[in-house]
Design a protein around this ligand. Structure first.
Ligand SMILES: NC(=O)c1ccc[n+]([C@@H]2O[C@H](COP(=O)([O-])OP(=O)(O)OC[C@H]3O[C@@H](n4cnc5c(N)ncnc54)[C@H](O)[C@@H]3O)[C@@H](O)[C@H]2O)c1
Length: 275
């Protein structure tokens, strides 16, 4: 018996990184899983975003668990594409019970971070895209009456600033924090409306996670540059965690053990926000 037997999950940004880790855990524990991902480069982002090969490879891994799997190329900036993907998953699986609004980019490295496109993409992916996802799944989740769980991926940037010099007020960095703060409002309001339908809406707050978003030459150059001592520090004096650590929190939030938890942010940040 798996914790998620019979559950149907939809995960944005599921081709790699944290989304992939969440997808594998849910599938291992019995869920049918749909992964949505742009599987292409986001132009304003310095490091490589995912590829069609990433999406295919994760889908192949998921198939190994024996449940139904869907891999859908979908840019969450495109509301019509998000709605079509949600409809495709509902048709194929008959329901959606678990929604992880996880897709994201860090457009705050490299030369492109100074272009307003970096702001536009950050907000379009991590705020508009979350709204489109939640908006698209809501009518079906209410109508089917099966309850469910939605988890948005926030960031310590949902709560704290990171800018230690004027240059960090660039569009990429500011768009990231603005989007990650904005999703808290989406969480609260969707949680208020969906609560009586048994659908819970929460946010996970990771600090550093060892994915390609920060394991790239641009981020490492920034960290090795002029950051003051203690920038991005945490009370556990620990470096970035593996994606599975965030998956532990996300799957708990989606599980029956958290059945009365809604409208909450769960930080897996090693105490970053205490400093
Ligand atoms: N890595 C960290 O240190 C860290 C810390 C806090 C929060 N986060 C957040 O965690 C989430 C997952 O990031 P990750 O660490 O796994 O990085 P990642 O880059 O490995 O994964 C992000 C995924 O989102 C996809 N994506 C990007 N733009 C998209 C779009 N327009 N439409 C659909 N998919 C798109 C990417 O292709 C990629 O597969 C993001 O929301 C990120 O902001 C990451």
């Amino acid at each position: 018996m798996g914790r998620f037997d019979g559950k149907k999950a939809l995960i944005t940004g599921g081709a790699r990184g944290q989304g992939r880790s969440h997808a594998l855990r849910l599938a291992r524990e019995g869920a049918d899983v749909a992964i949505l991902d742009i599987a292409a480069q986001v132009e304003s982002v310095a490091y490589p975003t995912s590829t069609p090969e990433d999406l295919e490879a994760t889908a192949a891994e998921l198939e190994g668990f024996g449940g139904k799997v869907l891999a859908i190329t979908c840019d969450v900036r495109d509301q019509t594409a998000v709605e079509a993907a949600v409809a495709e998953v509902e048709d194929a699986f008959g329901a959606i019970d678990i929604v992880l609004a996880n897709a994201g980019v860090m457009a705050s490295y490299g030369d492109k971070k100074h272009d307003m496109a970096a702001w536009d993409d950050s907000v379009a992916i991590m705020l508009n895209g979350v709204y489109y996802t939640l908006r698209a799944v809501t009518p079906g989740m209410i109508e089917r009456g099966r309850g469910g769980a939605i988890v948005i991926t926030g960031s310590t940037s949902s709560y704290i600033g990171v800018a230690y010099k004027p240059e960090m007020l660039n569009p990429g960095q500011m768009g990231y924090g603005a989007a990650k703060s904005g999703v808290l409002s989406l969480m609260r309001n969707f949680a208020m409306v969906l609560g009586k339908h048994g659908v819970r809406v929460n946010t996970v707050i990771p600090a550093g996670v060892a994915t390609k978003m920060i394991r790239n030459e641009f981020f490492e150059a920034d960290l090795a540059g002029d950051a003051p001592g203690g920038w991005m520090a945490n009370v556990m004096e620990h470096g970035p965690v593996e994606p599975e650590e965030i998956t532990n929190a996300v799957t708990w939030l989606c599980s029956d053990e958290a059945r009365f938890v809604t409208g909450q942010s769960l930080a897996v940040d090693m105490g970053t926000m205490l400093l």
